[in-house]
Write a protein that binds this ligand. Structure first.
Ligand code: ATP
Length: 303
């Protein structure tokens, strides 16, 4: 599909403190990009810079049109839900949308009811926003972010504080934004499990630094089981592995990392013994995606 946004070593310093430190992310058109990190990791600051709500200290970001050309005018095609959606508490949902449309210079407001229907708020009528549940507010925030017909949406922790039903509704809405409206989405969260239900690609951010960027498949592949194998002769053992039809392995320092048929340690060890090669150490390694995330970000996910 091609890229829609990339940042190039984008950095934000507050005094001497680097809230975002040389972060380069890549977002493909049509995907849901999950920005995951603990509280204070720098997610909001990064999104604010992309939304033009904060000025980078250094580095840049670029937005691309559907033809793959850098397009500064695409900045007007970004919809933003960062922190509290600035709504008027005494106005109802439609009036709030209309206020946003007027501020954006949009005169034709006939599509605003469609937006309300899309986020499941068409039936709320005259109810002022101050009487909305948190989930309704978030869905209104998403509708407000859609007023300018965006191609890219930035959603900062949209599920934070929601009850399970609210989470499911917002998750479903994000899925529909992507599939039905073809909007690319960057969504931040500190809860990997929730992100994993909507995201195709992840940026893992910690202490302002991008620790890893990977698609769902790449993450799973990084975490899949491997066999750590140390033998009396790793070169000869490599030949035996090939004879067994195992080709996805590499010699790393003093051992072999086998990434294929990692569960066949017993058979491998026996084949090595038949060639007079001793198995000095053998263990299966691997981790869940969550463990991998904890490993990169140093501990618990809920802070
Ligand atoms: P959270 O989910 O808690 O908002 P986050 O990952 O979005 O976390 P940011 O809000 O981007 O993190 O904050 C990153 C760091 O930058 C934090 O240590 C925060 O205190 C600091 N920070 C953010 N804005 C400012 C500011 N205007 N002045 C000084 N420091 C700031």
């Amino acid at each position: 599909m091609g890229i829609i946004l990339e940042t190039d070593k984008i950095t934000k310093a507050y005094g001497g403190f680097l809230a975002v430190n040389q972060v380069s992310i890549h977002v493909e058109r049509g995907e849901v990009y999950g920005l995951i990190g603990r509280n204070g990791a720098g997610k909001t600051t990064l999104l604010k810079m992309i939304a033009n709500l904060a000025t980078p200290t250094s580095g840049t970001y670029s937005i691309y049109d559907a033809n793959g050309q850098k397009s500064p005018s695409m900045r007007s095609k970004i919809g933003v839900l960062i922190e509290d959606p600035g709504v008027f508490q005494n106005l109802n949902a439609f009036q709030n949308l209309k206020a946003k449309a007027i501020a954006a210079g949009i005169k034709n407001d006939r599509y605003l009811n469609d937006l309300l229907a899309f986020v499941g708020l068409y039936g709320v009528g005259k109810k002022p926003v101050k009487n909305f549940s948190l989930g309704m507010r978030q869905r209104l925030g998403i509708a407000i972010a859609m007023v300018n017909d965006p191609e890219l949406m930035l959603l900062d922790e949209p599920i934070n504080g929601l009850d399970p039903q609210g989470i499911a509704e917002v998750r479903n809405l994000i899925h529909r934004l992507c599939v039905e409206k073809h909007i690319s989405i960057i969504i931040s969260s500190h809860i990997l499990e929730e992100l994993s239900k909507v995201a195709n690609r992840y940026g893992i951010i910690h202490n302002g630094v991008l620790m890893a960027e990977a698609t769902n498949e790449e993450l799973l592949s990084r975490c899949r089981p491997r066999l750590f194998l140390k033998t009396s002769d790793n070169d000869a053992a490599s030949a035996v592995l090939r004879e067994l039809g195992i080709n996805d392995f590499s010699v790393v320092d003093d051992h072999i990392e086998v990434r294929e048929r990692a569960q066949e340690g017993g058979a491998i060890s026996m084949a090595l013994a038949q060639k007079g090669i001793q198995t000095l150490e053998m263990r299966t390694e691997g981790q869940s995606v969550e463990d991998y995330y904890f490993h990169l970000t140093g501990g618990a996910s809920y802070v």
